[in-house]
Design a protein around this ligand. Structure first.
Ligand SMILES: Cc1cc2nc3c(=O)[nH]c(=O)nc-3n(C[C@H](O)[C@H](O)[C@H](O)COP(=O)(O)OP(=O)(O)OC[C@H]3O[C@@H](n4cnc5c(N)ncnc54)[C@H](O)[C@@H]3O)c2cc1C
Length: 326
């Protein structure tokens, strides 16, 4: 049986949440098709993470623990991953929607002559085929797609899939991969690492996101949004205009050319609801919009809409919340 291969990404020496999510998606497909789920684990000093991946849904883990993989170099990672794909021969390879994986997926697709689907948000098993769902036209529509070639490669939007387990009783196989990397020269070199400014928690992983737009007018006003985000253990986001106007750093930008979030609750404050912004937050479960313009498009996708100047709403909201949480 061909099986499913999942590319495992490591963040801060741990299996990343998007990897747990795609293992959950793979288990969902495997529950219907009976296929085995393998994980590819690449890096340096990462062998201790194999059991984590098994508990998170992998039936086997193919691990290449090599000091040449201590940081991401596409050519080296591609070589190892191609070796693992050749030995597993999967019909589907799933990548988390993270920078390195997004670079690897099309390269591997080219090498395997497979079909690539990016930014997938849903998997559906129909008879023998898997149908993938992805947002198109800036998230205004959904496309359902199928890969007709022998191998489907797919990158998955974070926070769109439920993680599996972890189940500490799960057992699996660990396969050591010995790809020779001596002839691989790194094509890029890291000259500096700049740590992203993180407010309270990582934006993409936050359960609550409080975002502001041009309507906030200045950087000081964003303090109120940060206060609300802190109270709710959430993160602060922004529109591209707010970033371009220097109200917040670029790491806060949500949208087509920014980050993609899908929190339980999304506050949109002084945000009109342009399609390029919605593309980054339409997966939010519950949307609260505060905008002084009753015709602002954001109201068409919000669950709660407050037509008001945010300056008349935020202080009361923060006070009442503080009292409720005290
Ligand atoms: C190729 C491309 C990529 C893009 N990528 C992105 C992206 O990734 N992310 C992104 O966000 N945008 C992106 N944009 C920009 C996008 O098109 C919009 O211009 C932007 O999202 C609008 O931001 P905004 O809602 O802050 O501003 P505006 O559209 O100007 O809206 C401001 C809102 O604030 C309200 N407001 C004003 N004062 C108050 C007040 N006192 N109280 C309450 N409400 C008030 C107004 O009624 C208005 O609705 C992109 C554009 C292009 C062309």
């Amino acid at each position: 049986m061909p099986g499913i291969l999942v590319y495992a990404s490591i963040v801060c020496d741990a299996v990343s949440m998007p990897t747990r999510e795609i293992l959950g998606a793979a288990r969902g497909v495997a529950a219907k098709t009976g296929e085995p789920v393998s994980a590819a684990l690449l890096g340096s000093g990462i062998s201790s993470l194999t059991q984590d991946l098994i508990e998170a849904g992998a039936d086997s883990v193919h691990v290449c623990d090599n000091e040449k993989l201590w940081e991401f170099h596409a050519n080296a990672y591609l070589k190892v991953l191609a070796d693992i794909a050749a030995s597993v021969n999967p019909r589907m390879i799933i990548f988390p929607g993270e920078a390195a994986a997004i670079e690897l997926a099309p390269r591997l697709a080219h090498r395997l002559k497979g079909g690539l689907i990016t930014d997938c948000i849903g998997f559906e098993v129909r008879e023998d085929a898997v149908i993938f769902t992805k947002p198109v036209y800036g998230s205004k529509a959904l496309a359902r797609m199928r890969v007709d070639g022998p191998t489907a490669l797919v990158t998955v939007r974070p926070r769109t899939q439920e993680p599996f387990g972890p189940d500490q009783n799960r057992k699996g196989d660990v396969v050591t991969v010995e790809t020779a990397l001596g002839d691989i020269a790194p094509e890029t070199r890291t000259v500096e690492r700049v740590e992203e400014e993180v407010f309270e928690c990582i934006l993409e992983e936050a359960n609550v996101v409080v975002s502001g737009g041009r309507g906030m007018k200045d950087p000081e006003s964003f303090q109120q949004l940060r206060e609300l985000a802190t109270l709710l253990n959430g993160a602060m986001g922004a529109t591209r205009v707010a970033v371009d106007q220097g109200m917040v750093p670029p790491s806060c930008q949500i949208g087509l050319t920014g980050k993609i979030v899908a929190p339980e609750v999304y506050f949109a404050v002084g945000i009109s609801g342009a399609s390029q912004h919605i593309a980054g937050m339409s997966g939010s479960k519950y949307i609260v919009a505060i905008n002084s313009d009753p015709d602002a498009p954001i109201f068409s996708i919000s669950n709660v809409g407050v037509v008001e100047d945010y300056r008349n709403v935020m202080p009361t909201l923060i006070d009442e919340l503080r009292k409720a949480l005290a």
